[in-house]
Design a protein around this ligand. Structure first.
Ligand code: FES
Length: 168
């Protein structure tokens, strides 16, 4: 084998190595460009610490731009199949948009009242008066210890959503 051939082989291998490294770097760059930004991924989920919620005083959280009501029931409030039971506590979780035309109902005297056309929902988020055609919707959620993760679905969501579908 001549010296010239060895040199040519070496140059060929070098080009191949540089092309392989360049190709791999390009693939990594393309993947980074295609993957959703971390802020977009995080935007799909909202976590709610149930320990921070006082009984009888619903809190409103934002999930994907929508208000979500989380009510910790008092002992006096009527039980419902819609209740999410965590430990010894019962919660109602509902998308805070009126099922009539989408206004945001306000909590007052143990019910949500919609100022737009007078619709009312009881503490179980069930429509009880006015034009709303169905209860407040249930957002997808799952339970992780004493935290609700809005945006994922767990068995509790499936059970409650199936019940609410029968109320509509
Ligand atoms: S939008 Fe709520 S009652 Fe009409």
């Amino acid at each position: 084998m001549s010296k010239e051939t060895n040199r040519r082989d070496f140059i060929g291998y070098s080009f191949a190595a540089v092309a392989a490294v360049g190709g791999a770097a390009s693939l990594v760059g393309m993947k980074q460009a295609w993957d959703p930004l971390p802020s977009v991924l995080a935007g799909g989920f909202t976590t709610v610490d149930l320990a921070s919620i006082k009984a009888g005083e619903p809190e409103t959280f934002v999930w994907r731009g929508k208000p979500v009501f989380v009510l910790k029931k008092t002992a006096e409030m009527e039980k419902s199949e819609r209740d999410l039971i965590v430990g010894a506590d019962r919660y109602i979780i509902a998308i805070g948009l009126c099922t009539h035309l989408g206004c945001i109902p306000a909590w007052s005297k143990n019910m949500w009242k919609c100022a737009c056309h007078g619709g009312e929902y009881d503490a179980n988020a069930k429509n009880t008066f006015g034009p709303p055609p169905r209860p407040l919707d249930v957002p997808p959620f799952k339970i992780d210890g004493s935290t609700i993760v809005l945006g994922e679905t767990g068995p509790e969501y499936n059970t409650i959503a199936a019940f609410v579908a029968t109320e509509a």
